[in-house]
Design a protein around this ligand. Structure first.
Ligand code: 3SL
Length: 232
């Protein structure tokens, strides 16, 4: 039976062997939720990059550019990190380069894995179905916040463990901890997350509807997968 494990922060990735594993990269608020939404809205490709300058350079290739730092859209880019900014037909058929504070970093630091998929509550079942079929050991890589643990990505990890618990074993206690957290919180995720640091940070920016949206389960049947240097 393959195993499922949870890495609570990209800073802990050195503890894990990525080779031979499928990584689920997750930044529920909001990077991976936004990427899933972009693909659901018809985006062709997403290039997740770590630095603002590199992201900006993709404009010369005809890409839309998207950038967020500390929750705010970075100046000079086409898009920020709100899923609602990708919903008015503007990303249909387009290539997008994106950099965010934590989410794109978690994706790029997972490059040693055999497979990387992008997870969010929005595409939870699509991720679960794919992993069950793939049969590789799974590592959920939580983006966290600047190296710190966060609740929302751990809750996603717990939701995924719950969906896969019949087909996967737990290697370390982190998967069980995420599962128990999710089972305690799932009746009302929004209330549970109200005191979390990132929800307080985003509430400050008055983007409450983004938070509500990102907590919706199974809204999209899309599965962004890393291929060579991009998500498709
Ligand atoms: O850190 C990130 O990658 C972002 O998703 C943070 S925010 O939700 O845009 O504030």
């Amino acid at each position: 039976m393959p195993s499922i494990d949870v890495c609570f922060s990209p800073e802990l990735l050195h503890l894990y062997e990525l080779k031979g594993k499928a990584v689920v990269a997750v930044d529920v608020l909001r990077a991976t939720s936004t990427m899933v939404t972009a693909f659901a809205e018809g985006a062709a490709t997403i290039f997740p990059v770590m630095e603002l300058e590199e992201c900006q350079s993709f404009a010369a290739r005809g890409c839309l550019t998207a950038a967020e730092r500390n929750g705010i859209k970075a100046e000079g880019f086409d898009l920020g990190n709100s899923p609602f900014a990708y919903m008015d037909g503007n990303v249909q058929g387009r290539e997008i380069a994106i950099t965010t504070t934590n989410g794109t970093r978690a994706i790029r630091l997972s490059e040693g894995a055999d497979e990387i998929v992008i997870g969010a509550f929005l595409n939870l079942q699509a991720v679960a179905d794919h992993l069950a079929e793939l049969g590789l050991d799974v590592l959920v890589v939580c983006a966290g916040w600047k190296g710190q643990f966060n609740l929302e990505d751990t809750l996603f990890a717990g939701a995924l463990v719950e969906r896969l618990q019949q087909q996967f074993s737990y290697e370390h206690d982190s998967a069980l901890a995420a599962l128990y957290l999710y089972q305690n919180a799932k009746a009302d995720l929004l209330s549970f997350l109200r005191q979390s640091s990132h929800v307080r940070r985003l509430e400050h920016l008055e983007i409450f509807k983004d938070i509500e949206f990102c907590l919706r389960h199974d809204a999209y049947n899309v599965l962004p997968v890393w291929r060579e240097d991009r998500l498709v």
